[in-house]
Design a protein around this ligand. Structure first.
Ligand SMILES: [Zn+2]
Length: 74
């Protein structure tokens, strides 16, 4: 897993490939959450989940506007 930084806010992110084949930036620092066993509804266990960076990035709007916005320069 390679950590990179978000181009718009500078937060550390990792890129995850979804089953759909789409790549998705997630926050590099996972959240600890409790998952509940689906068969035994009282049995919980700790899992680390990676949250989509789109939901936490303060500049998420910029991510959506692909195209002219990004690779300017030169
Ligand atoms: Zn960001």
């Amino acid at each position: 897993m390679t950590t990179t930084t978000c181009r718009s806010c500078g937060a550390p992110v990792i890129w995850v490939e979804m089953k759909s084949g789409r790549r998705m930036p997630c926050n590099a620092v996972p959240k600890k959450m409790i998952a509940i066993d689906q068969f035994n509804g009282r049995l919980g266990f700790m899992v680390s989940v990676y949250e989509s960076h789109f939901s936490t990035c303060p500049n998420a709007k910029e991510h959506r506007q692909r195209g002219k916005n990004g690779n300017g320069g030169d």
